[in-house]
Design a protein around this ligand. Sequence first.
Ligand code: SF4
Ligand code: SF4
Length: 304
Amino acid sequence: MIVGDSSGGIVPGDNWTAKALEKAGINKLASELPIQAVNFDTAGVVRYKNPRGGKYEDIYISKAVDDADVVITLPKLKTHTLTVFTGAVKNMYGCVPGGRKAFYHKVAPSVPEFSGYLVDVFEKSRPHLAIMDAIIGMEGDGPSAGSPRKIHAIIASCDSVAVDSVACSLVGINPTRVEMLVQAQARNLGMMDLSKISIIGPFESLKLSDFKAKKQSPWIPAFLGRKVLSWWQTYPIIDQEKCIMCKICYNSCPIKIITDNGQALLIDHKRCIQCYCCHELCPKHAIFLKSSPIARLVQRLRGR
Ligand code: SF4
Ligand code: SF4
């Protein structure tokens, strides 16, 4: 039996996944139990041709996952700045090794495109069982800068899409807002319709009415012109007071548009693809997101 992961972001010379396996106590458990801790960044990959082709090219999945007879995914329940929610389906993105994850933020920057690629990866690495830890989840600016929230639930199913849909409903997020779930169901990879999911357990009594769901940054339809795009944006801003110049954002930006002027890091907002990797990976939560007035208005009108 093996247990493994690949963390978000790539910083030259800094192995985040190795650190995570150590800090989370996985290595220690592996030394005490008949299991092996595996770093998916360095354990080899299998390349699949993506049937959707085009700019989505190939799908790279960790060899350890591809070789496994049974795959169990163990997500946390969290909000997500780009995809609204992250759970069992998105957790499989951890099977894509290292910097390849950032590459797809670059080629598929909009929410529908990126969600489509998440579903491509999920389809190729589809887990046999999902067990979601929602005992303490994350609300607000997830997946990294939010706040812990006690939810007191564990949600499990052989259908990862159903796990995510039930989890969303538990915290007051309409699953239809989560594009990857909509696309996964459309491809017959799981069920998101709650009326067709049999829930065993105290679902109603665990429901939260005041969970702070992340307002999804409005994605930018391709047919809109540059003029409109310039009005409809949500940009990452570096809080220079909090920044410790660790340069994790600088090294992790998939299109390298963060520059160092010797005193501070600066983001070129004109070229930013709004993937929010920098926001997600900043260890000091020194990057916040600021929406343009039009984007704020759209979010209000959409009730998010
Ligand atoms: S903004 Fe965050 S990630 Fe970037 S250099 Fe500053 S502290 Fe590091
Ligand atoms: S600056 Fe941040 S949000 Fe913009 S492209 Fe780079 S990592 Fe993505």
